[in-house]
Design a protein. Sequence first.
Length: 247
Amino acid sequence: MENTAAGSRMLINALLRKLSLILACTILGSALFFAYATFYIPDRYRTSVHIIVLNANTTSQTYISSSDISAASMLSEQFIAILKMNAVLEDVSRSIGDDPLTGERKISAAGLAGVLSFSAENSILTISATSTDKALCVEICEAMATTGANRLKAAVEAGSVSRVEQTVDEIAEPARVSKQVLKKTLLGALLGLFLSAGTVVLINYFDDTVKTSDYFTEVLGVPVLGEVPSLKKTGENDYKAGKNYVK
């Protein structure tokens, strides 16, 4: 028990001796991650479009019943699964068109799968696009609101639901997505702290040299008779004390 307490004190002393180095590594880690988040990560933008999908025949109904909304809510996950299908994303990619400079697709089906996100609440499907290109965000949402919604309507009509009515609201101006600079800076500080402190602990663990006379009294339980300083000659008649030799 005493050995454990003594070992803990020696470890704490080792950390305190390297406190300035640990603080420097912590500050360096936070600075590096701050610079990475601020200058290296490009700005990203997100915009969304909302599609109302209802199990209602508006040609014969003048109102939307609660059962229509309930039926649409139950099918929301199926609607999202349809919109995520590769065939639907290929149609959306074609409708967005080609880049006039390169002649290639502005975004592929695989690219769409990476920038699109979906959510559903009752009968409202929310389709969001996130990209470094603000204009492309709007184009993706417009294509999903037309081509994607038409494919969704055709797929549902082929099933048990007789008709799907859709209305699309205006697409909002893309908003900048937060880079979470503060979060990344704190992460860098913690990483620098743990790496530096962990290195000090490992070095102290494998270091079997005696640093102070406390090791003999606290760990080995033997008295120290005296300490002989190691003198280093700095001049003709000048000496500087170095490490002590315990006897």
